[in-house]
Design a protein around this ligand. Sequence first.
Ligand code: MF3
Ligand code: CO
Ligand code: CO
Length: 310
Amino acid sequence: MIRRRSNDVCWCGSKRKFKKCHGEFVAPLEPLRPGRVAPPRSVPDDIERPWYVRDGDTRPDRASVQIIDDPDEFARLQHACRVAAEVRDAVGAAVRPGITTDDLDEIAHHAYIERGAYPSTLHYQHFAKSICTSVNEVVCHGIGDDRALREGDIVNVDITAYIGGMHGDCSATYTVGEVSMPVASLVETTREAMLRGIDAIRTREPLAVIGRAIQPFAYSRGLGVVADYGGHGIGRHFHAAPHIDHVIRPVTHVAVEGMTFTVEPMLTAGTPEHHEWDDGWTVVTNDLLPTAQFEHTVIVRDGRALILTA
Ligand code: MF3
Ligand code: CO
Ligand code: CO
């Protein structure tokens, strides 16, 4: 499998070089820098917390594969996923030049509470925000701060809602005002890559079909795929087995009915190599070129993967 290179002809049929067409990405003049972070927001006492918040435990919320086959559990999972999707859409509708990533966090925070949900990321392993907001070169786990979004930026908003004993997890990347054609294309290709990965899933087939659908598609468009972060089982726990690869790797897990997990590919304009800021969370691309992500929670049902966070 080869990744389209700068001097190759573009995939779009323009007959121009990729680097002069859909591959024309530029690193920002001013790289993103950590801004001022507001204190964690509070959640009313009557909203049910996940165990790690209740116990003040900072260990990851890992568990074995989540099979949700009981009808009552399935209904509660569906509800948590619907809430996550609603919060995502509320935040997405607020994205515009001038709004800060902390403003987005605040909008999300109130949207969770209005629906009786707890923001799963808030006090998860020392993370102190209600959502992740990842701008431009931030791959994932961005912390909302006082930086205002600018025309031409992109921002991923990652929402996890805990309600009725279940977590629902989803994210989308939004464009801020007008963005360049290659950046818009990065975002759309990433959305399509996620959907292709989900579409490839079949009961009793290995989950390796996901990476096999995503990586060659991204490469054909000259984009990279982050290999070090993947999807995860979800349901009663936030980050359960199995690990979901978005790149081609041998995996032993097979899709079974009721299995619930996320598909959340991160595609990069340039290198998929990354590093972390001193805050211990914010992951940025090494070349500072932009990166996009989309995420859905899915359940394996009737032979295929059903999206719960549409
Ligand atoms: N929602 C993220 C995911 O897709 C998890 C973020 S964990 C946090 O798995 F601690 F960074 F918030
Ligand atoms: Co997420
Ligand atoms: Co996730």
